[in-house]
Design a protein around this ligand. Sequence first.
Ligand code: CU
Length: 249
Amino acid sequence: MIDAAAFDLDVVEEEIAVLPGAKTRMWTYGGDFPGPTIRRPVGERTLATFRNKLPAKAGELTVHLHGAHNTSADDGQPGGLTNNLRASMYCDISNRLTPAESGNDLLIEHGGQRTYTYDFVEGGQPERAAMHWYHDHRLDRTSRNVWRGLAGMWISDDALDASLPLPRGSVVRMRYTYDNSSGNPRNPNRPPRRRCSSCPFRGRWPTSATPPRATRSHAPASAASSSSGPRSNPTDRPMRRAKRSRSRT
Ligand SMILES: [Cu+2]
């Protein structure tokens, strides 16, 4: 877990054993999947630097912190057309836009890096504590890039949350159901809907080894994260619900 006010993460290709056994070649934040969980107090600035060290074929990247309210420049803009993306199947975008007009100046090119500033402030006040997730958000490539592994959790804390009589510390576990099979069926980047040998989990869903005791579950504020996963622990009842996100996927 990362709790530093400033941190760097290399975005790299890695062979990941999501479950014990067979490995899957994935695109990762920091060489792991999911990416490292980041935990920060609201209202305190975090500087998050991401370096694009993926193979060149991955193209440009952009990081969206889903659910948090950030400035436009730090919100993970999808960008426009580039040499790696010569046409968009979703949007009618001119290839004559300037980098500033298309948002390409906010992308992380192959070999490049970008530092995002996250304050978790809204209307001059710190946001409420919540569960978020960060993920790639590149135009036309979000499904592919998230499916290949570019996703991680971000927990924001506040004083109210800390005052609640909830399990803490080692009993906190996260429920991370990874279902990124939705989207436009014409999308050539759309992953298969079936559970198969090419899926990140090698056709199986992770089960928990958490012993039966009081646990506190976090669920990300995201429509893109399904709640259809198995309930592996009968004591694992959600004691805290994430706020409903007003952000896009
Ligand atoms: Cu999102």
